[in-house]
Design a protein around this ligand. Structure first.
Ligand SMILES: CC(C)(COP(=O)(O)OP(=O)(O)OC[C@H]1O[C@@H](n2cnc3c(N)ncnc32)[C@H](O)[C@@H]1OP(=O)(O)O)[C@@H](O)C(=O)NCCC(=O)NCCS
Length: 164
């Protein structure tokens, strides 16, 4: 599933405050209604229930993407995911999602949930590729422009059983 050349050159490591300038740059390039720096810092304070990782290019040391998610009992909720526009379509989104699912399995979570803008074709294709299912709609969930969110779910238990 991963494009090997990219994934071999990528390190995933916990996000820290020193990464925030680059993360904010990617965030602002990626979303019409981006998170503020305060929102990222607030997630840092919720550790260990909220986890955040950056994808760093091994040779350049550059941050090229990130993912944030919360872990509460049996549920993992994907909160934010982005890849720098100039690094897209190289397998980094794949790598970040595979990583999150791996943590979900390690922590014995049952399901992964996420919301996505109904018009976000690249993200929808990514989640469909991994086998997420659309399980609901949250009307007018997003602003600027106002838009519905589609709620997607991935059942980790089922996959674990299939792979035994
Ligand atoms: C969604 C996003 C994270 C994908 O990251 P990426 O590194 O470009 O994704 P990858 O190269 O790993 O692609 C993985 C799969 O996603 C899908 N995909 C990604 N970009 C796509 C595009 N522009 N068009 C169609 N499918 C796309 C494909 O299924 C692809 O698999 P394939 O290469 O085998 O066809 C990236 O486009 C992004 O940061 N978007 C802006 C922020 C965002 O929308 N985040 C998600 C919020 S819910």
């Amino acid at each position: 599933m991963l494009k090997k050349s990219t994934s071999a050159n990528l390190i995933l490591k916990p996000m820290d405050e020193g990464n925030l300038a680059t993360v904010m740059e990617i965030e602002q390039l990626s979303f019409p209604y981006p998170w503020s720096q305060g929102m990222f810092l607030s997630e840092f304070r919720k550790r260990p229930f909220s986890l955040s990782y950056v994808a760093e290019e091994q040779c350049s040391g550059e941050i090229v993407g990130y993912v944030l998610f919360s872990l509460v009992f049996e549920e993992l909720h994907l909160l934010n995911l982005a890849v720098h526009p100039r690094c897209r379509r190289k397998g980094i989104g794949d790598r970040l999602i595979a990583f999150v699912l791996g943590i979900g399995r390690e922590r014995k979570t049952e399901k992964v949930l996420l919301e996505v803008r109904a018009s976000n074709a690249p993200a929808l294709a990514l989640y469909h590729k991994f086998g997420f299912r659309e399980v609901g709609i949250r009307p007018n969930y997003y602003l600027n422009p106002t838009e519905n969110a589609l709620l997607f779910q991935f059942n980790l238990e089922k996959v674990t059983i299939q792979h035994v």
